[in-house]
Design a binder for this molecule. Structure first.
Ligand code: ARG
Length: 614
């Protein structure tokens, strides 16, 4: 819920120095010791998860599989439960654990000490939420996301890539890692010959005229392509144009640049709406590096000739990876290899992450394999760096369940229009609600505008982020703008409500944080406290599997737990502790790294009118 600049560097304060291990990691270390005591000669990975049974807070699931591994050699364990019992008996003493119990086929349930949970929260209040940031063994990450293609349609897939990529970037930045946000735009290739030639034909005397006339770049592309396919003479000139562009002839370069600029202006409208920063290093940037990279791969014996093309064969894969086409030109894969080389050797990134739809999985798999063959990356089995990851995502579906199209009958619906629609629907909703509340007169136009943007764009982002990224989801304004269920609007209400509770309490939470100590007396307070301290491992997990939805789940549960708690206690009876717990997340100035914009100073007025009690 941050509206502050997400890209600012973490302050040079003691807070960033102080980092604590997540609860899960801490428990894993304890479990590892107990596993060692029970089966010293086996290398067993601790299996720890948040308790599902309601016994304890966490459960360890190692006993069952460990039993089947040691049943031959060890006679002293009659069943898995006995293994679990032995693990419990050998659990190292720790102040974080309150009690341990073993149930069923050997689940070891661990209840945390409430005092320790409280202490941990108190520590976070002192050291800042940064002290809960994950500790990763990397300093610099390249995040390749958004990456639309010049002169072609920027489609919803590119919006997904933009939203998911930006969120991952924010998560890494939160973890104090330098993120190189790269927009790998498709700005190179043979299609530019045809576009440039078409431009010259239409505007024989001066490229400048082009800017306005090719405002509809996608239409321009279609017409150029049509001519290219139908007119052999034009085709010949287009092919010549590619050569002259690649040779760097001024006139051709200038035309290419102006075509790119038109697309760039269009893309920027979307980035601006979504508040996303990206640095463009398009395909053309890596073009000069391709020959020497291919030379290296050739000298390593990886490249062979096949049906006139130059290719890399990859074990277990029928089709080889083509790196030089039959006409001698480079392609998507040769560019990606050169870009990877650059990112590893010039930018010195330790982790390179690509965000595209799952349709490109095969491409990434192939060229990652080629890089491994070249010795650029360690063997896949070892969890070592440098590392590459493809972050795939599913499709956006329209109302009828087929793939969402941004085309309308009369042409193309631009993605900015889609975002504008989200804004105007949320504005309508807001005005309706405020009118019902009798509050509309209190709002300035600017406030209405800002709030409807925060809600509308936030809704689009959140609808995209909340699902496991691999699943397809339906694009529905109605659903994403609903104030019920796991939506941005609900979270923003929850945020507004928490702020309002704090406001009405007339207590200075900042003061409370410093003077009061937290005691988790009520079971609901404890459950909120426990959830709060799990923030660290949720972010850790999101970094590990590159899944933003984990943060959404976390926030949703957090809101529910707090709202549940506050709903049960009369406002004036809310304990200081509850106030502080609320303040932890809301007024701490340390906001979670999820890309949902805040609603500014309008917290209280955002509260839904009916059916909700504060
Ligand atoms: N331009 C590509 C597309 O629109 C995505 C590029 C992704 N990044 C990369 N390094 N291949 O499909």
């Amino acid at each position: 819920t941050s509206s502050s600049n997400p890209h600012s560097q973490p302050q040079e304060s003691g807070a960033t120095q102080h980092r604590v291990e997540s609860v899960k990691r801490h428990l894993s270390r304890l479990v590892a010791k107990s596993l060692c005591a029970v089966a010293a000669d086996l290398d067993v990975e601790p299996m720890i998860e948040v308790s599902k049974s309601g016994f304890g807070d966490y459960q360890c699931n190692n006993a069952m599989s460990l039993f089947s591994r040691i049943r031959e050699s060890a006679t002293n364990f009659g069943n898995p439960n006995a293994v679990g019992q032995a693990m419990a008996d050998n659990f190292p003493p720790s102040r974080i654990v309150e009690s341990i119990s073993v149930v069923g086929p050997g689940y070891v349930n661990i209840a945390l000490s409430s005092d320790w949970i409280a202490q941990r929260i108190q520590d976070m209040l002192i050291h800042g939420i940064e002290s809960w940031a994950p500790i990763l063994p990397v300093k610099r990450v390249v995040l390749d996301f958004s990456s639309p293609n010049i002169a072609k349609e920027m489609h919803v897939g590119h919006i997904r890539s933009t939203i998911i990529g930006d969120t991952l970037a924010r998560i890494f930045e939160f973890a104090n890692i330098e993120v190189l946000r790269r927009n790998h735009v498709g700005d190179w290739g043979t299609q530019f010959g045809m576009l440039i030639e078409f431009l010259f034909e239409k505007f024989a005397n001066g490229e400048e005229a082009g800017n306005q006339a090719i405002e509809n770049l996608q239409g321009f592309y279609r017409n150029a392509k049509k001519k290219f396919d139908e007119n052999p003479d034009f085709k010949g000139r287009a092919q010549q144009a590619v050569v002259r562009l690649q040779r760097g002839e001024d006139r051709y370069l200038a035309a290419w640049k102006s075509i790119c600029q038109i697309s760039r202006n269009e893309f920027d409208l979307v980035y601006k709406r979504l508040n996303v920063e990206l640095e463009e290093k398009g395909e053309s940037y890596y073009n000069p590096y391709i020959p020497r990279v291919l030379e290296e791969l050739t000298s390593k014996g990886l490249i062979t000739e096949s049906e006139g093309a130059r290719v890399i064969f990859i074990e277990g894969q029928k089709a080889p990876l083509i790196v030089v086409k039959r006409d001698g030109g480079f392609n998507y894969a040769s560019t990606d290899l050169a870009a990877l080389w650059y990112r590893l050797n010039v930018e010195m990134a330790e982790w390179i992450i690509y965000v595209t739809d799952v349709g490109q999985q095969q491409h990434f798999h192939s060229f990652f394999s080629a890089a491994r063959l070249a010795g650029w990356l360690p063997d896949k089995k070892e969890e070592k760096y440098p590392k590459v990851s493809h972050v795939g995502f599913g499709f956006v579906l329209g109302a009828e369940g087929s793939r969402f199209r941004t085309r309308s009958s009369d042409g193309v619906v631009r993605l900015v229009d889609l975002l504008d629609e989200a804004k105007s629907q949320s504005l309508a909703q807001l005005i309706k609600r405020l009118t019902e509340n009798g509050q509309i007169a209190d709002w300035t136009d600017e406030e209405l505008d800002k709030t409807s943007e925060a809600v509308g764009y936030g809704a689009v982002k959140y609808a995209d982020l909340k699902n496991n990224r691999l699943t397809n989801y339906k694009f529905s304004y109605e659903q994403m703008l609903s104030d019920k269920g796991n939506t941005a609007v609900y979270l923003q209400y929850a945020h507004a409500r928490i702020c309002s509770i704090i406001q009405k309490s007339n207590k200075d939470v900042k003061e409370l944080k410093l003077t009061e100590s937290i005691t988790l007396g009520h079971p609901d307070e404890r459950s909120l406290g426990l959830h709060l301290i799990q923030f660290a491992e949720v972010v850790e997990q999101a970094c590990d599997d590159l899944s933003p939805h984990r943060l959404c789940d976390y926030l949703y549960t957090l809101s529910e737990r707090f709202i549940f708690l506050s709903g049960r206690v009369m406002l004036n009876c809310l304990s200081h502790c509850t106030m502080i717990l609320a303040g932890c997340r809301v007024t701490g100035g340390n906001e979670p790294p999820v890309a949902v914009p805040s609603v500014g100073g309008r917290h209280a007025a955002m509260l839904p009118p009916a059916g909700h009690n504060t």
